[in-house]
Design a protein around this ligand. Sequence first.
Ligand SMILES: Nc1ncnc2c1ncn2[C@@H]1O[C@H](COP(=O)(O)OP(=O)(O)O)[C@@H](O)[C@H]1O
Ligand code: SF4
Ligand SMILES: [Mg+2]
Length: 345
Amino acid sequence: MSTPANWPLLEADNVSVTFPVSGGLLSKKRVVHAVNQVTLKIHAGETLGLVGESGSGKSTLGRALLQLEKINEGEVRFDGHRVTHGLKSDIARLRLQTAMIFQDPFASLDPRQTLGESISEVLRVHRKVPRNQISARVEELLTLVGLRPEHAAAKPGQLSGGQCQRAGIARALAIEPRLIVADECVAALDVSIQGQIVNLLMDLREKMGLAILFIAHDLAIVRRLCDRVAVMYLGRIVEEGPAEAVFTHPRHPYTAALVSAIPEIDPDKPLPQETLAGEPPSPVAIPQGCAFHPRCPYAQVQCRTGALPPTRQIADHAWTCVLTHAGEKSVFPLTEGSFDEAQAS
Ligand SMILES: Nc1ncnc2c1ncn2[C@@H]1O[C@H](COP(=O)(O)OP(=O)(O)O)[C@@H](O)[C@H]1O
Ligand code: SF4
Ligand SMILES: [Mg+2]
């Protein structure tokens, strides 16, 4: 049984999010299945990477976990308390203890406010420190993210993209969150700046015991930063496990294709744009059976119709595919090796 000491900080159970889409005049109403029955856990201090092609539902899931998107089905628990249709006090706690960092560092800051004003505002609204200590705390936060106290007087337009992203992180940290959802927060930055921001997040995790949901399509960065990785395809998590196991031993053909497209295991190199042949199908018309079947080189008859593929599991590494363990060598030649998850866990 879970106790406060060992229950996950955040838990999603069978969460689905759909959006209505307007069809033509005569066509019936349709929906986009952006997130489909997702179950996941994030523990305190843990960094979970969430990867998948554009449109796979990563941002929607990240927002849904923080109750910034309406959930159609399933529930989210924060610190053991239900927040989906939960008590006001439990939802308020989620708001107080979680923050989001976005891709566009300029968009998350008000161009008319100085960094000092924008961070003080958060400290004031959340009553984090007494009024007479606000400016000292602003300086402290700026220093924590590698900016200088003088930056408090600067407006976003006077800063570089990397400096702005640091300021966005300082603003997110002002509430002293226990969980941050970072949605493609380095994607818009130069590679060298990306490395600096990733180092900063690793450092903050160490110092503050932050849990991070790190949404990214760059697997090299995810490998460097994350403890665990979840791979999303058309709204579903198709593979999830310890980062090292997923990267050295991808089990789902989709993950294997993504991983094989990493040019070399060089954490500073970004992923090439073209990782897989073909586009993912539209989430309005998700293929029957295994949704990956139209692109899967190993698809079998039963993948094209009927039920979802079964979930398979080795230790705490899980994936959904009809292929049995025995088919592994032909499917995943790139993963051959001596790594043994059952022993490693
Ligand atoms: N507000 C919305 N209204 C309608 N469709 C949406 C909305 N937000 C996202 N979607 C659709 O949901 C799917 C998942 O989107 P998103 O979560 O942004 O994916 P990702 O972050 O992985 O690129 C996409 O097909 C997208 O077009
Ligand atoms: S279930 Fe079938 S189509 Fe889906 S990934 Fe496995 S082999 Fe490919
Ligand atoms: Mg997104």
